[in-house]
Design a protein. Structure first.
Length: 251
């Protein structure tokens, strides 16, 4: 069975990830811990079939935590669909987030602490990543980040605005035209190279704008920003079938 792209949120984190329907629930929780910093035994998981909807169902309750029982349940039993959302609630009574849940905090809300105040706290995702040397606290993070940037830059240098292109991912193939190549200050402060694509069909995410700043011209719902490694340029005429899909690192 193919991996599924989903959104994972907690009251401090939000990201797009891939999960396997073949994982058992315990393994899924261990993966969610790496993203949210919440231990499996304290995870209550709400499933949102439509990512931005308020309709949800509970697929794991920390009050009934049983590691062995979790190992006997597979992800496929939850009927998780692509681009739905798993929201992980921290029920650890010693956590800074104890008591915060879907009833009193929006899953899309920002945690209202200054960077200085947040950095001083313990029992947070930031301190957990520091202690476990994950993400940017991993000594090898900078070199890996530089390598990835150089790989994307090398690919971008082979592209030209106006070229036909395609994007292939787990749901199929989309085709369009390269409309922009370069850094985008408003997106990530110019840290990465992006390719702006106008798709032939309305399978994009925007009209070539980011936060109201126009980067390139595209019809509404036809534009997207992708990493160069996701885009292949070449002789790709328009496809007849209507394609609808998304991918990691796409905005």
């Amino acid at each position: 069975m193919s991996d599924i792209s989903i959104y994972v949120t907690s009251n401090l984190t939000s990201s797009e990830r891939r999960i396997s329907p073949q994982w058992d629930l315990h393994y899924l929780k261990t993966r969610l811990e790496l993203i949210t910093g919440i231990e499996p035994k304290y995870q209550t998981i709400q499933y949102y079939p439509i990512a931005n909807s308020n309709e949800s169902r509970k697929i794991a309750d920390s009050s009934n935590y049983n590691e062995q029982a979790d190992k006997e349940v597979t992800v496929t039993q939850f009927n998780i669909v692509p681009f739905s959302r798993l929201h992980v609630i921290d029920t650890n009574p010693d956590s800074e987030l104890a008591g915060l849940d879907e009833d009193n905090i929006s899953p899309d809300a920002e945690f209202k602490l200054s960077e200085e105040e947040y950095a001083k706290k313990t029992n947070t995702v930031l301190s957990w990543k520091q202690n476990n040397k994950l993400g940017r606290f991993n000594p090898e993070f900078d070199s890996a980040k530089v390598k990835l940037y150089e790989e994307n830059l090398a690919i971008a240098e082979t592209m030209k605005v106006g070229q036909r292109c395609r994007v292939i991912n787990i749901g199929g193939e989309r085709r369009g035209v390269v409309k922009y190549i370069g850094k985008i200050e408003v997106l990530d402060k110019g840290e990465n190279i992006w390719v702006g694509v106008e798709f032939d069909e309305p399978t994009g995410k925007n009209n070539g704008s980011i936060d109201g700043v126009k980067i390139f011209e595209a019809k509404p719902g036809h534009g997207s920003f992708l990493k160069p490694k996701q885009v292949e340029v070449g002789d790709f005429p328009e496809l007849d079938p209507f394609m609808s899909d998304e991918d990691d690192d796409e905005l």
